[in-house]
Structures are given as structure tokens and as C-alpha cells.
Design a protein around this ligand. Sequence first.
Ligand SMILES: Cc1cc2nc3c(=O)[nH]c(=O)nc-3n(C[C@H](O)[C@H](O)[C@H](O)COP(=O)(O)OP(=O)(O)OC[C@H]3O[C@@H](n4cnc5c(N)ncnc54)[C@H](O)[C@@H]3O)c2cc1C
Ligand code: FES
Ligand code: FES
Length: 481
Amino acid sequence: MSKSRDYILLYINGKKTKIKDDLAFKSLSDFLRYEKQMVGTKIVCSEGDCGSCTVVHGKLENDKLNYKIVNSCIKYMYQLDGTHIITVEGLKLNGCLNPIQESMVKNHGAQCGFCTPGFVVAMTAMFEDKNKLTQKDLKDGLNGNLCRCTGYESIIKSGMDVDASKLTYFDQMYEPQQIIDDLKEIKQIPIFIETSEKKFFSPVDLKSACEFKALNQGLTIISGGTDIGVQINKGMRDPNTIMSTSAIDSLKEISVKDEYLVIGARVTLSQIEAFASELYPAFYDILKWFGSPQIRNSGTLVGNIANGSPIADTTPFLFVMNAQVELSGINGVRQVNINDFYKGYKSLDLNNDEIISKISIPLLKDNQKLKLYKVSKRKDMDISTLTAAFLMDENQGKIESIKIAFGGVGPTVIRLKKTEEFLNGKYLTEENILQAGQIARDEITPISDVRGSKDFRLKLSENIMKKFYFECLEEEQVICQ
Ligand SMILES: Cc1cc2nc3c(=O)[nH]c(=O)nc-3n(C[C@H](O)[C@H](O)[C@H](O)COP(=O)(O)OP(=O)(O)OC[C@H]3O[C@@H](n4cnc5c(N)ncnc54)[C@H](O)[C@@H]3O)c2cc1C
Ligand code: FES
Ligand code: FES
């Protein structure tokens, strides 16, 4: 291993902070509240759901600090090296309330006040990009913040009533150059921290990451930590050896190359949104309902794939697109079609020395229709009961080829090969779709759980086929025969 350091360096509200030993393994919310007595950051759910622990996370991107909101309860200190955290305490202007806080007071945006710091931090970050927020901006931007007593009307009103002339941006509050220079200086040095119980490694290149993984069987790779953070907080996982991929620059790239969108393992879901809106509008719509802004700012596509959940929202899309998963290991790189990547419930085709380095998704062709569905009890911030993806090449109402993938109907996301075979070469008619729905029922093996019974999911599978058909019909792009 090349020369490494044994500390995490970050800035908190403009103050340089060095973290060593056991403190590196604390959650950010605990660190702020119990080590720094910065109790403005509240903890309610500890699982990324309520947003009361929201802080701003500034990351170095192209020699600038790019500030986004995240949930501090599911971020661990070892994930924060080379970043700048701004908490609600750090938003005061010359010791006084900032214009967002003033507006919350004026518009009665708080009652018990427990959620208020989270809302104030989230809104302040929204004003970084826009001087005037609409009701829609606020509703979309605040869907990771829950309030149980005030009611959202006065909070939204507060956001719309902010005096923009008084706004101050993060780079004005915190002179960026010194922070950037300091963070850049340590960026290329790997971190190795070992305590009596735990080990943490943050390599700066893929080769070291693969070597370390090979030597430490059972280690936990952490990316955005939105799955792992919840699992740790809820006592479902207590990793002894953790490796972060956050300092490996080659994993942070996203670009269109040779008819593929190529997404590095450290690219966040928020970063993918801009590409998806142009290249795969149906996938963009799914991403908009993925968790919350806080979750999308941390969580990655690769984390969603590697977590291996059969109800992961991105996977059915990747299945029908025949996305390629790039696996990097000690002896080089191999590509696996995502349709072959899952061997069973949360079991992946991943060798001991391998990490996922990239996902390559073919671009849509002109004659292809892509439709994606997420069925859940609520629209905002909910876990899917069933997910479905359809990719159809059609010519004048005739299905030249169709790919269908369902999630939430078995131990992994699956392709409905028999249903596809039945529909290929047929006209897209109601009769054919009804028959296909019956075949689909026979291809899946759903179970009953809190989100829906087996029978409900079987019926849903048929109905989602009909929904696909009627939507195609509505778009008048098919000729029925
Ligand atoms: C409040 C909340 C809402 C959510 N909403 C949704 C939702 O709407 N839809 C949905 O599908 N999911 C949702 N999730 C789950 C989670 O956000 C996603 O699965 C996310 O994509 C995980 O990405 P991550 O980078 O945070 O992964 P992490 O938590 O860092 O890692 C997840 C898994 O991937 C492994 N891993 C990470 N990187 C690599 C790599 N390079 N190679 C090999 N293995 C790797 C890790 O070891 C771990 O097992 C939600 C989670 C929370 C807390
Ligand atoms: S405490 Fe609820 S999201 Fe962190
Ligand atoms: S003000 Fe009480 S939860 Fe929002």
C-alpha cells in the first residue's frame, strides 16, 4: 500500500476538523450533537426518511465546492474526508437569522420546531440554484423533509416568501479558496484507520481497492451509504472492515461514449438525472420519485445494483436495456450483462477481488418505446410493491421485439422471457395483451409481505401489462388490428 494517512480531514461550518480513531466510525449526526454540541441537527428516524438531520455537504468537483443536502444520520465520518459540512448553526448571518429563517418565523412555518432545522437547511440549499422558488420547486425539493405538526402549507408559503435580495450563498458565507486548497492537498493520499474493532481504508486507485478487497474477505464497500447507513443504524449490519470508493476519481465519470451512457460507480443518482432527462425520459421520471433529494445526492446507481434488492427501482430499466456491468479485479476487467449478474436473492456474480466500476447503458434507438412503472402505496418516498419495465421495437403496430422485466415478484428482478416470446412478432392488441398477462402470471413467483399479498401482485402483473397497452394506444403510436 502506498503511503497513507490515519485521519479524516473535513471542514465543518468553515472550520478545519481532523478525525482519528473511533470518532471516524461515528455517524455525522451523532458527531455533531454529542462531540460538538451542535444540537440544531435533530435525529428522529435514523434511517434517512424524515430529513430532520439534513445538512449541506460540499464536495470538490472541478476545483469548486459543489453543495448538496444529505441526511447526516446515515453518513459516517469516514465518508466525509475532503468535504465541507454546513449545519443549521452555520447558516446564521452575522449572528442573526438568515432570510429563510426570517420567512419561517413570519409565516408561522414551525410549531414544535423539531423538523424546522432540516427544512431551513434544505430550503437554503435550494436557493443556491434559484433566486425565486415556485410551489412545485418547494414541494419537489422538500419531499425528504417530514413535518408532523405545522402542516406544509405555511412551510411552502415561507419558502415562496423569502426576501431574495437578502440571500447569501455558501461561497459568500465561507470563503472557498482556503478550504479548496486544503482539501486538494490531501485528496491523493489514501486513508487507513485501524482501531481495536474496526478497519477503514479509502484507496485513491482501483488497483489498491481490488487488492485490499482480495485480502479482506467479507469487507463492506461503501459508496453513498444510503443502504448501508440504514442497515448499520438499525442493527442489521456491523461491518468490521470498510472500504470507501469516494477518493477514486476514475469512478466519478459519466459520459456518452460509442452509443452507451457510461456511468462510474461513484456517480450519484442526482448527477444521472440531467443525462436521463435527455436520453431516457421514462427513467428520469422514475429517478424523480427515487427517495428524496437527500438520498439521490448521496446514493449511486451502482449501490442500487449491488445492494441486489428485487425491488430496486433502477434495475428493471437496466434489465430491458441490456446494461453491461463492468467488474474490475486484480487481473483486469470483465463485462457482465446485468441479466446474468444476479445468481439469487442478493447473490451477485462478483469475485472476491472485484468491485463494480461502471455501468454502460445502450442509448435508445428511434423506433424503441421505453415504459417504466413503480407501484407503491405512496408516490413520495416509498418502497416499491412492484416495478416493471417494457422496451419495445415496433413497426406500424407490430411488435418486432419486446423486452419485459418485473421486480418485486421473486428473489431477483426477472425478465419475462415466455411473455416476450409470445408477444414478439404479434400486433399490439388488447386481446394479445390479455393473453400475455396470463402468461406473465405464470412466470412470476411473488410472495405476500407488508407491501402486498401474493394475489395482489399476480393481479398487478396482469394489470401493468394492460396499463402499458393503453398508454401506447393513447399515444397513438400503434395501429391496432
Ligand atoms: C430514505 C431512503 C429512501 C430510498 N428510496 C429508494 C427508492 O425510492 N428506490 C430504491 O430503489 N432504493 C431506495 N433506497 C435505497 C438506496 O438509496 C439505494 O439502493 C441506493 O442506490 C444505494 O446507493 P448507495 O451508493 O447509497 O449504496 P451503499 O449503501 O453505499 O451500498 C449499497 C450496497 O452496494 C455495495 N457496493 C457499493 N458500491 C459498490 C461497488 N463499487 N462494487 C461492489 N459493491 C458495491 C455495498 O457494499 C452495499 O452492499 C432508499 C434508501 C433510503 C434510506
Ligand atoms: S433522522 Fe430522519 S432522516 Fe435522519
Ligand atoms: S414543526 Fe413539529 S414536526 Fe414540524
